[in-house]
Design a binder for this molecule. Structure first.
Ligand code: G6Q
Length: 548
């Protein structure tokens, strides 16, 4: 079936469904949210969707019920539902790597079965989960001790990209559920300062390194892992036999794990059908599981599964990830919006935006379609943002009064993890007020009515008509974190299908890696190397060698 994905097809922009949306856009382009709300006071009743513990309010979008109907027709034309079913059925929809895309199997209950080439992958997933749980419990319960018999107090995940951003983000999101007597650190950058800062106050005999790498060949991770090995040996009197108690691996590559010197009995496996950026709920989440415990980790998996089920079964018009994906296409492809701001009103979610940055930009940052032709339309937007309210005192100015259209996702929680005075009401009041201000702005007449001097009126007028989605969740828990991540995973999937790109490869990261390999010896060699790059790169290398 997945072979169909390569077959020539009508370009989505040449379909009647696209043309209908283009005509509809002509009518909607200049319509203001003020008018949409004024002309249809009951608008809100239809622009809400709930899925598990997530509540999405999409009233404040420059859409009508007709827009949703036309977008749903587009999704049907692009075969979003069929492709989704192929993903869940283990078809090799990652066509450029000839791989299935089965992160949904990572959170399938043991009672379910998902087949890949006729073999059910769910038992293997649960077997690894049990192995992780046993290990996490032993580390947390001080049954797994360091080489000198000390309790493990520090866990350092070494990984990068998909092997770092997910566990790091989720650890920070769920730190309130973690064992606070332990330290969890994440080393990713090949800049030695990352390793230095993460380990400078740690003792080797109390530290466990988890080397997380799907391939176990990634330059940054292997460099940091070797540095960690030296660091640990130095702190453990050079005793090589100590390594076994202080290093474990998460990988698909047992051969390289063994070559590095980690006993494969201490390797936690995952599979090539799990993409790096879709892997935080696989063994890549081992550091998180040690932090929050296996039970909480399973709650998070249940949250992912809640949204998988919603995505798999809800009709397009009430399917939260599909709606978010389609509304994103509306701005990206018809209004020409180039970016999306993700603004979590939750301090624990400070890393969420950079996690989504990889999820969305690595998945849909493509300019070639699945047939190998130029994509012929705008694909993935730039994702950016940071936790509110801080951004309000910084970049929100541009969203409110700049010249760019920036759709925003606001994310907030009704109940705080800890009640601190009346902070929560202030936080949420800001969230709601920002979406209001962005939508409705402030007219020149309103500004004048406040007695503002005439010369200041243009400066203090807000055009409004800036669209926002509001995602309100009852509480930040492992389960709701799982739900949120799955929501965005499936939103990205929906958009990738509309744009006809392969959301599951990432060839774009390859070129720079290869070129770096050529430059490394030129920086290391004693004698002045003969350089044959472009003149700018040659000059940079010479300057570096002369000034280091
Ligand atoms: C994610 C990408 C990429 C990958 C890293 C680390 O989807 O593939 O971010 O996760 O390059 O790769 P390894 O896990 O193989 O070290």
């Amino acid at each position: 079936m997945a072979d169909d994905l390569r077959a020539p097809r009508q370009h989505i922009t040449a379909t009647d469904e696209w043309s209908a949306l283009a005509s509809h856009h002509d009518q909607m382009r200049d319509v203001h949210l003020r008018d949409l709300f004024a002309s249809d006071p009951a608008r809100g009743d239809t622009m809400l969707v709930e899925a598990a513990d997530l509540y999405l309010d999409y009233y404040k979008h420059r859409i009508t019920s007709e827009t949703i109907a036309l977008l749903a027709a587009l999704a049907r034309k692009a075969r979003v539902e069929e492709l989704r079913d192929e993903m869940f059925a283990g078809e090799r929809i990652n066509i450029t790597e000839n791989r299935a895309v089965l992160h949904v199997a990572l959170r399938a209950p043991a009672s379910e079965s998902i087949r890949l080439d006729g073999i059910d992958v769910v038992p293997g997933v649960h077997s690894v989960l049990r192995k992780m749980a046993g290990f996490a419990d032993r580390v947390r319960g001080a049954q797994w001790l360091g080489h000198t018999g000390k309790k493990i107090r520090n866990v350092v995940n070494i990984g990068i990209g998909g092997s770092d951003l997910g566990p790091h983000m989720a650890h920070d999101a769920l730190v309130d559920y973690s064992d606070r007597s332990m330290n969890f650190r994440f080393v990713s950058n090949v800049d030695g300062i990352d390793f230095y800062e993460c380990t400078r106050d740690l003792k080797a005999d109390e530290t466990l390194f988890i080397v997380s790498s799907k391939t176990f060949t990634t330059l940054e991770t292997m460099t940091n892992a070797r540095t960690a090995r030296e660091w640990a040996l130095k702190g453990l009197n050079g005793d090589e036999s100590a390594i076994a108690k202080h290093f474990v691996a998460v990988s698909t590559n047992a051969v390289e794990v063994a070559n590095f010197g980690i006993d494969t009995a201490n390797m936690f496996e995952f599979w090539d059908w799990v993409g790096g950026r879709y892997s935080m709920d696989s063994a890549i989440g081992l550091s998180l599981m040690i932090a929050i415990g296996p039970e909480r980790f399973r709650e998070m998996l249940a949250g992912f599964h809640d949204i998988d089920e919603h995505f798999r079964t809800a009709p397009i018009e009430s399917n939260m990830p599909m709606l978010m994906g389609l509304i994103g296409c509306w701005y990206n492809n018809f209004f020409g919006a180039e970016t999306v701001a993700v603004l979590p009103y939750a301090q624990y979610l400070t890393r969420l935006t950079s996690y989504f940055q990889q999820l969305e930009m690595e998945s849909n940052g493509k300019s070639v379609d699945r047939q190998g032709n130029p994509a012929g339309l705008q694909t993935g937007p730039i994702i950016w943002g940071q936790a509110g309210t801080n951004g309000q005192h910084a970049f929100y100015q541009l969203i409110h009064q700049g010249t760019k259209l920036i759709p925003c996702d606001f994310i907030g929680f009704a109940r705080p993890n800890h009640v601190v005075g009346d902070h929560q009401d202030l936080l949420l009041a800001n969230f709601f007020a920002q979406t209001q201000a962005l939508a409705f702005g402030k007219t020149a007449a309103q500004v004048r009515a406040e007695g503002v001097p005439e010369e200041q009126v243009p400066h203090r007028t807000f055009a409004g008509n800036h669209p926002t989605s509001s995602i309100l969740v009852s509480e930040l828990t492992p389960r709701t974190v799982g739900q949120l991540i799955a929501l965005y995973e499936h939103k990205v999937f929906t958009q990738g299908v509309i744009w006809n790109v392969n959301s599951f490869d990432q060839w774009g990261v390859e070129l720079g890696k290869k070129l770096a390999q050529a430059i490394i010896p030129e920086l290391r060699c004693e004698q002045e190397p003969r350089l044959s790059h472009d003149s700018s790169t040659n000059a940079l290398i010479r300057r570096y060698r002369a000034t280091r």
